[in-house]
Design a protein around this ligand. Structure first.
Ligand code: FAD
Ligand code: NAD
Length: 464
């Protein structure tokens, strides 16, 4: 009998875990992946990236038809009606197709799916359901879940988290979103487009913390123009759900008079926290850091030999593509190759309309490191965006004043999520703003705004 059942056991089949398992198997390692959900794909495929994007896409189409955008192009749609049941069915169809796809890839690559919750017995032994297995290497990829807000109890009916907000059976009359971050603005956008009044209550004095200050300010303007009510610098102190609504108590974050807000529904989206409960980390002597995360070194090793960790359960942005890249790298490292993730160049995208994207340093962060040059170009001056009637936003490039090396790129544009890939690649290759300015960009494309912003770094854009 072999000493170990597996060379690699991955705990969790989200974008981090399933990618790590498939790559480990591709590298010739005998691999299993433990997952307690009924389907593979983790938060991202089941209740995160994919279902939210399905609803964002569908609600965009609805809004274009219902609010006259299509009509402006001469596409008459007559009386537009919402069939929410079909919209939800389409969302579920996307989830089914993609999670089933991961199951197919597991079979194709001979990754064994151990169904059930996994808990450590020792550093190389894990119990999954009724089965106990030994593995030479164990990768913790257990992801994250919603951070609860004391005094605001999620019942998934009137007071929901992101999972509940993907499943409203009818359009809320007045949705109050607690937290003006990515989830609040994306899911708030979905329900606003479908007819809800949306109020966002944000503790800080601006939405979208972590992003470039100018981008946050401009986004705030755009969301207000779209009809969002934004209550900044405000904290929720309690919520009482009744038969037909929720009464929220809020007060200024800095202290002051309380007021009440009546909502039909409330979305709690104040962040996510790592999943480590019940994992038996105490049995292997693995301690969490102050933020409840598992610390790793650059090769994704934890402090316990043979135990690795990746994705949302570790420090860094909680993003699917960060988890995936770490999944590839950890498998390479386990197999004796060199797996690296450049944590300084991880793009992030908010999939609202327009999209908001960034990679690298904000202008504020860059200025802390030294002198910078900034080039900006408005989408209004980009011929394609203007023609498409998509004038909102800009591209902003921040470069080192001495070396011209690009330190950060920020974009608000309908296609920002796609455009940011070019910026990430340029930064990964150590590009200067001049490199981007001298790269031929196809015309007419939104991406030309990147070239113009790069030309603006030296003060010589053509179209403004
Ligand atoms: P997860 O995807 O959370 O997967 C972890 C898996 O481990 C889960 O399936 C869980 O069931 C399983 N698990 C946990 N503990 C155990 C155990 N003890 N035993 C067995 N199994 C266990 N990111 C983006 O990049 N782009 C987006 O557009 C985006 N949209 C999002 C929208 C929403 C509404 C939400 C909530 C998140 C979104 N995210 C998005 C974030 C993204 O989903 C996460 O960053 C990503 O899923 C993290 O991957 P992971 O593999 O670390 O963990
Ligand atoms: P977030 O960290 O993006 O935003 C949370 C917001 O809530 C912040 O603005 C914060 O200041 C605010 N907040 C915190 N406590 C509050 C309180 N008591 N009252 C009012 N406001 C409060 O978190 P999220 O939107 O819940 O998303 C969680 C994670 O999921 C994020 O890390 C994000 O990276 C990931 N995600 C990514 C995408 C994407 O990539 N498009 C989409 C959805 C989620």
């Amino acid at each position: 009998m072999a000493e170990y059942d597996f060379d690699v056991l991955v705990i969790g089949a989200g974008p981090g875990g399933y990618v790590a398992a498939i790559r480990a198997a591709q590298l010739g390692l005998k691999t299993a992946c433990a997952e307690s959900r009924e389907t593979l794909g983790g938060t991202c495929l089941n209740v995160g990236c994919i279902p939210s994007k399905a609803l964002l896409h569908a609600s965009e189409l609805f809004e274009e038809a219902a609010h006259g955008t299509l009509a402006k192009w001469g596409v008459k749609t007559g009386n537009v009606e919402l069939d929410l049941g079909t919209m939800h069915a389409s969302r579920l169809e996307s989830i089914k197709g993609l999670t089933g796809g991961i199951e197919f890839l597991f079979k194709k690559n001979k990754v064994e799916w151990l169904k059930g919750r996994a808990a450590f017995e020792s550093a190389d032994t894990v119990k999954v359901g009724d089965r106990t297995v030994r593995a030479k290497n164990i990768v913790i990829a257990t992801g994250s879940s919603v951070t609860p807000l004391p005094g605001v109890e999620v019942d998934q009916q009137r007071i929901v988290d992101s999972t509940g907000a993907l499943e409203f059976a009818e359009v809320p009359q007045h949705l109050v979103v607690i937290g003006g971050g990515v989830i609040g603005l994306e899911l708030g956008s979905v329900w606003r487009r479908l007819g809800a009044k949306v109020t966002v209550v944000e503790f800080l004095d601006q939405i979208l913390p972590g992003m470039d200050a100018e981008v946050r300010k401009e986004s705030n303007k755009i969301f207000k123009k779209q009809g969002f009510e934004l209550k900044l610098g405000t904290k929720v102190t309690g919520a009482k759900a009744g038969g037909d609504g929720v009464m929220l108590t809020v007060e200024p974050a800095a202290g002051g008079a309380a007021e009440t807000i009546e909502a039909s529904h409330v979305l709690v989206s104040i962040g996510r926290r790592p999943n480590t409960d019940g994992l038996g980390l105490d049995k292997i002597g693995l301690e969490l850091n102050k933020r409840g995360q598992i610390d790793v070194d650059h090769s994704f090793k934890t402090k316990v030999a043979g135990v690795w960790a990746i994705g949302d359960v570790t420090p860094g942005p909680m993003l699917a593509h960060k988890a995936e890249d770490e999944g590839l790298a950890v498998a390479d490292n386990i197999a004796g190759h060199t797996g690296i993730v450049n944590e300084d160049v991880i793009p992030s995208v908010v999939y609202t309309m327009p999209e908001i994207a960034g990679v690298g340093l904000t202008e504020e962060q860059a200025r802390e490191h030294g002198e910078v040059k900034v080039g900006k170009f408005p989408m209004l001056a980009n011929s394609r965006a203007k023609t498409n009637k998509e004038p909102d936003g800009f591209v902003k490039i921040i470069a080192d004043a001495k070396t011209d090396r690009v330190l950060g790129v920020w974009i608000i544009s309908t296609l920002a999520g796609t455009m940011i890939a070019q910026a990430a690649q340029a930064m990964e290759f150590g590009a200067t703003s001049e490199d981007i300015a001298l790269t031929c960009h196809a015309h007419p494309t939104h991406s030309e705004a990147l070239k113009e912003a790069a030309m603006a770094v030296t003060g010589k854009p053509i179209h403004i």
